[in-house]
Structure formats: structure tokens, C-alpha cells
Ligand binder design. Structure first.
Ligand SMILES: C[S@@+](CC[C@H](N)C(=O)[O-])C[C@H]1O[C@@H](n2cnc3c(N)ncnc32)[C@H](O)[C@@H]1O
Length: 419
């Protein structure tokens, strides 16, 4: 999704320089419907008499407005579309599910430039509601028109929480994943779309997601940012070390590492089933971990990454058949057991979009939480602790990270915010 830390965008989201909030437009907004004939979409405005039984949508805050504004910049869409791992996996997933899409109604939650909606139209969808609250929806509509798809793809310029679609849908598609999977909190909008419109037995792409973490060593990175200050053109600048550590490692870093940086098998922080996950569950995610280092190395921190899977609804776990999709409980083999596989079993051979260090890089890279000081660990040394990821009270799109870790008889706490 985004490239804030590494791509020169500042202050979270995708700003290329300062952003302007669109003031005086809080709460419900009116929406533009660029729909063609036959759609069941309705322009919704603040003056509509809302007699529907559904609870009022959550307010659109200034933070949300800044977030949507960040997606009006072409750069972020270019970056996402040029990420071939991402875009080609989505296209392959759509084509693989053509029998669920052809002749059916689809909603694309956060359509951006409209690319996934157009893939769905190419797969034979009867109608696609392409919804985006960002002004990029204006361009999406132009792209749809230029491809002669206006009869099939109806662009709705508004929040998924606010737009009206007066029919049930067969398929929900969305590219909602943020750094560390949950940053940006866009999954909440997929839940809202699912609960508002998805037919029973309908398809959600992707269908499930898993967030992983693992301890890492990264001597080059530490040396380049920290050790550097020990000898600068022959001058001892070690006095800079505390500031350098704080500036480099206070907040999570989005960087690409490789499998060689990872000290042992990962731990599953959270598994998300898009058919059943609730917004309440996403407010705070907590897990305890226990790793056994497979090598002697300086431990510099933890890496987080995720994968998403595109499965048929029929093979997702149900109450009666809880093991139908995931053959093993994700952390069933404790992370201290060297026989553990690196990833979840994938018996259905479902298409997977992975952002793991050992897989081809994506624009999500990996999210690293570095320690201020490394811990020297021996082979087989235990690294254990707990992590809690919670939505910031101030802005639910920001993530508070509370990390407790212990190894070799010493324990530490690190608090950080991904903003
Ligand atoms: C990661 S981009 C994906 C764009 C496009 N689907 C693609 O794959 O290239 C997410 C898009 O979702 C939109 N979005 C996020 N939350 C939304 C919401 N609640 N309602 C409408 N649009 C939303 C953003 O404005 C952004 O354009």
C-alpha cells in the first residue's frame, strides 16, 4: 500500500510535502455517482431522510480526510500498480475465481484508479461498484470511460461507510493491507461492506490474511546508522550515539530485509478470516511469543510481515469444519521447534500474496522494530515476550506498538507508534 518511510513521503500516509485538510466537511458527506444504466447505486447526501435501520456510519474525521487526500496523489497509485507481485497476484486471483465473478455483482472497496474493478469487468462481472472516497475516483471514472466499461463499472466517489448500493453483491474485492498488515485500519471498511451487502455464500478476495513476526539480525544497518558516529573523519563523535539511536530506531522502519536476516522461524501474531473478523477484534491484537535463535548473532530487533490468501468460500473453515482451510494451528509447532515450517500449511493450494523476507520484494517491504542496543544471542538461546498492536485512540489509522522482550536474563519494554 504505502511507501511513506522509504519513498520520501512524510508524516505517514503518502504526503509528498504538507497536506491540506479539507476543513468544514466533517461527518456525512455527499457523494457523486458516475454510474451507468442499471446500477442500484444512489447518490447519498447529508439531507437524505435516512430511514434505514442500519446504525449511523462512523464519522469521517479530519484524519480520515487527510488519509483520503493522500490517495489523490498519482505517486502512490503508480507505486502500487508497478508492484507487479501485488498487482499480478490480484489479477491472477480474479481470473482464478472467474466462475464466481462472471455475470455477478462485485464491489471494489477502495478502487483507486479502478484497476481491480476493470480486471473484474474483464473476468465477466455483470456490474462492479468501484468505490473510493479519495478524489482519485474522478480519474477512475475517466479510465473506466476510456475503456468503454461505463455500462459495467459504476464509480462511486464516497466512503464505503456512506455510499448507498441498493442490491446485494456476490463478490467483495479490495486491496486494503497496510504496513504490518493492520496499519491504516482499512480492513474495518471491508467488514462494513461485507455486513452491508455481501450475499450469503458470497466471495471475499482476499479471503484471509496472516501477520508474522520474527527476531532479526542486521549488523550492516546498525553499523551504518549508529557505529558510524564512533569515528567520523577521525573525530570521535560517540556523543551523538544516544540521539542517533533515538532518531533511527524510535519508530518502526519500513525496509527490505532478506531471509538471511531472520534468526528463526516466525510466529503468527494474528490470523484474519475476512468472512468472520469483527471491528472489535481489530482494536487491539495481542500475542505472546517464544523463539529459539538458530544461530549466534547480535539480535537487532523484530521484523513483521504478512501474507494474504485468495481462497474459494467453499473451503474456508466453518464451525463444523474448522480445519478445512488451515490444516494446523498457526503456532502449533512452537517457534522453538526447528522443524516448524516457515509458513502456514496451504493444503488448498490457494493463491498467496506474500511479503515475507524470503519472497520477492513488494512495496510493503517488511516492518522492523529495532532495539536501541543489540543483544548478543547464542545458538538455541530463547527470545521471548509479548506484543500488543492497538489502534491509536487519537487516530485509529495509527498503530501503537507495545513490545516486551527478554533474552539471556535481561528484559526490556519498547513502545512505539506507527503514524
Ligand atoms: C491501497 S489503495 C488500493 C487502490 C486500488 N484498489 C488498487 O489496487 O490499485 C486503497 C484505496 O482505498 C481507498 N479507501 C480506503 N478506505 C476507504 C473507504 N472507507 N471508503 C472508500 N474508499 C476507501 C483509498 O482512498 C485508496 O484509494
Amino acid at each position: 500500500m504505502q511507501g511513506a518511510a522509504s519513498k520520501g513521503y512524510s508524516n505517514g500516509y503518502h504526503q509528498n510535502g504538507g497536506h491540506k485538510l479539507r476543513k468544514g466537511n466533517r461527518g456525512r458527506r455527499s457523494h457523486r455517482d458516475y454510474g451507468g444504466d442499471g446500477s442500484a447505486a444512489r447518490v447519498f447526501s447529508a439531507t437524505d431522510d435516512d430511514s434505514s435501520p442500519r446504525p449511523p456510519p462512523p464519522p469521517c474525521t479530519d484524519f480520515d480526510m487527510a488519509y483520503f487526500h493522500s490517495y489523490s496523489h498519482v505517486g502512490i497509485h503508480e507505486e502500487m500498480i508497478k508492484d507487479r507481485v501485488r498487482t499480478e497476484t490480484y489479477r491472477a486471483a480474479i481470473m482464478q475465481h472467474q466462475n464466481y465473478i462472471a455475470g455477478k455483482v462485485v464491489v471494489d472497496v477502495g478502487c483507486g484508479t479502478g484497476i481491480l474493478s476493470i480486471f473484474c469487468a474483464q473476468a465477466g462481472a455483470k456490474r462492479v461498484y468501484a468505490v473510493d472516497a479519495s478524489d482519485i475516483a474522478v480519474q477512475a471514472n475517466e479510465v473506466v470511460k476510456a475503456n468503454n466499461l461505463s455500462d459495467t463499472v459504476i464509480v462511486l466517489h464516497g466512503r464505503i461507510e456512506d455510499v448507498e448500493i441498493d442490491e446485494e453483491v456476490d463478490v467483495i474485492i479490495s486491496e486494503w493491507m497496510g504496513y504490518m498488515l493492520l496499519y491504516e485500519s482499512m480492513l474495518g471498511s471491508i467488514i462494513i461492506a461485507r455486513d452491508r451487502w455481501l450475499k450469503s455464500g458470497g466471495l471475499i478476495l482476499p479471503s484471509n490474511a496472516t501477520l508474522y513476526m520474527a527476531p532479526i539480525t542486521h549488523p550492516d544497518r546498525y553499523s551504518e546508522s549508529i557505529e558510524f558516529w564512533r569515528n567520523v573523519y577521525g573525530i570521535d563523535m560517540s556523543a551523538m550515539l544516544p540521539l542517533a539511536k533515538q532518531c533511527a530506531f524510535e519508530e518502526p522502519c519500513v525496509e527490505t530485509i532478506t531471509g538471511e536476516n531472520v534468526l528463526t522461524w516466525p510466529h503468527v501474531v494474528k490470523h484474519v478470516d475476512c468472512y468472520t473478523i469483527t471491528n472489535h477484534e481489530l482494536e487491539s491484537v495481542a500475542t505472546r511469543f517464544k523463539f529459539k535463535s538458530m544461530m549466534r548473532a547480535p539480535l537487532h530487533g523484530f521484523a513483521f510481515w504478512f501474507d494474504v490468501e485468495f481462497s474459494d468460500p467453499a473451503i474456508l473453515p466453518t464451525e463444523n469444519n474448522p480445519q478445512s482451510s488451515i490444516m494446523e494451528s498457526p503456532n502449533e509447532h512452537s517457534s522453538t521447534d526447528g522443524s516448524q515450517r516457515k509458513k502456514r500449511a496451504n493444503p488448498s493450494q490457494a493463491l498467496v500474496l506474500s511479503t515475507a523476507p524470503e519472497d520477492p520484494p513488494t512495496h510493503w517491504q517488511q516492518t522492523l522494530i529495532y532495539f536501541y542496543d543489540p543483544i548478543e544471542v547464542e545458538q538455541d538461546q530463547i527470545i521471548e515476550g509479548a506484543v500488543t498492536l492497538s489502534q491509536s485512540k487519537e487516530n485509529a489509522r495509527f498503530m501503537n506498538i507495545h513490545l516486551e522482550y527478554a533474552s539471556g536474563g535481561r528484559s526490556f519494554v519498547k513502545e512505539s507508534v506507527m503514524r
